[in-house]
Design a protein around this ligand. Structure first.
Ligand code: 3HC
Length: 306
């Protein structure tokens, strides 16, 4: 069957909260076989158990049948650590969802370009890092960036930014690097639509549209707390009840992960040199203390993760 996105198998790199969610919507909504890889097998186990829980909940709520849940789960296969990125050799698209670290992403894209076939799309779920920089890392070592080979390698890199929790949030932001080809952009958009998402597009600027707007808002809330303007509860309640936000900004920061918020804010600040994006000292100190939010039980609030 010929699909507009042409993705017969997708590889998801990273089994954290984002990667797991992307694997789930790919298997359940786009109905595409998924290969899931994370260098931490513990993370894979956690991701698969979250997936099972979410599918069981959808069945219990009558949204999908038992059979649909089973089919979706059967579409997800784990790539073992011995295979590593080589396990993605035959996929038509990889979606990278590892932590927000430029050097890590560059090294991954440099390896992926060597492993995958020439028509495979290399998508990154980065929240803020330049897609153009990541695409440059996909150019084979020693190639001139203007060569056909380099243009082909970098041209298949694209930004595909999902939102947490992926199965619930309806949006995906699509970002073209300077090098991305129109065909790759169209196929990637078609894949996001097949995953049940509405797609907006953003230029490749730090934070794109979403985080260029969201992160100063979260940071301002943290600075309110830092200055003692109000308690954490009152800051969050103001936004929840006064503006109908589903979560207050401090709750949302905990939900996204304070380490991730800081990494995004640093990228915004370094990328724009605009002081409005400077991360608050309190956020930096909380990350120094390894208080990462909901994922490890302590952020602006405490969570029982057991
Ligand atoms: N994974 C999957 N599903 C989840 C979930 C998770 N981590 N957390 C909650 N859900 C599901 C619940 O299971 C429930 O599903 P159901 O309708 O099938 O029962 C549904 O979400 C609603 O959950 P609850 O009833 O428990 O709680 P709420 O009504 O408070 O909703 C929420 C939870 C959907 C997370 C809501 O509070 C919300 O929309 N918050 C804002 C989230 C947001 O802004 N996300 C974007 C963050 S920015 C981002 O991701 C970009 C990145 O670059 C930083």
């Amino acid at each position: 069957m010929s699909l507009a996105h042409g993705v017969r198998t997708v590889g998801i790199l990273g089994a954290g909260q984002m990667g797991t969610g992307i694997a789930l919507v790919s298997a359940l909504r786009a109905k595409v076989p998924v290969l899931l890889y994370d260098r931490s097998s513990e993370q894979v186990t956690k991701g698969l158990s979250l997936m099972d829980k979410l599918l069981a909940k959808d069945v219990a709520k009558g949204r999908i049948t038992d059979e649909q849940a089973k089919d979706a789960r059967d579409r997800v296969q784990v790539v073992g650590s011995e295979a590593g990125l080589k396990g993605f050799r035959d996929v038509d698209m990889v979606i990278e969802a590892v932590s927000e670290n430029l050097a890590l992403k560059q090294s991954i894209f440099s390896s992926l370009t060597a492993e995958l076939g020439p028509d495979a799309i290399l998508a990154t779920n980065t929240s803020s890092i330049s897609i153009t920089k990541i695409a440059a890392a996909a150019i084979p070592q020693g190639s001139n960036a203007a060569s056909e080979d380099a243009k082909r390698s970098a041209g298949r890199v694209v930004g595909l930014h999902f939102f947490n929790p992926v199965p619930v949030m309806k949006l995906v932001e699509l970002i073209s690097a300077l090098q991305t080809t129109p065909e790759v952009l169209d196929r990637t958009r078609a894949f996001a639509v097949a995953c049940g998402k509405e797609v907006t597009t953003s230029k490749d600027v730090p934070g794109f549209v979403s985080n260029a707007l969201l992160m100063p808002f979260i940071n301002e809330a943290i600075m309110c707390l830092e200055k003692g303007t109000a308690t954490r509860e009152d800051i969050d309640t103001t936004l929840k009840l006064g503006m109908n936000h589903p979560m207050g900004p401090l709750q949302l920061a905990d939900f996204i992960g304070l380490d991730t918020c800081l990494a995004i804010q640093q990228t915004l600040y370094e990328g724009t040199r605009d002081s409005k994006y400077r991360p608050s000292v309190l956020l930096e100190r909380m990350v120094d203390a390894q208080w990462y939010g909901r994922k490890n039980g302590k952020g602006f609030y405490e969570y029982n993760n057991s």
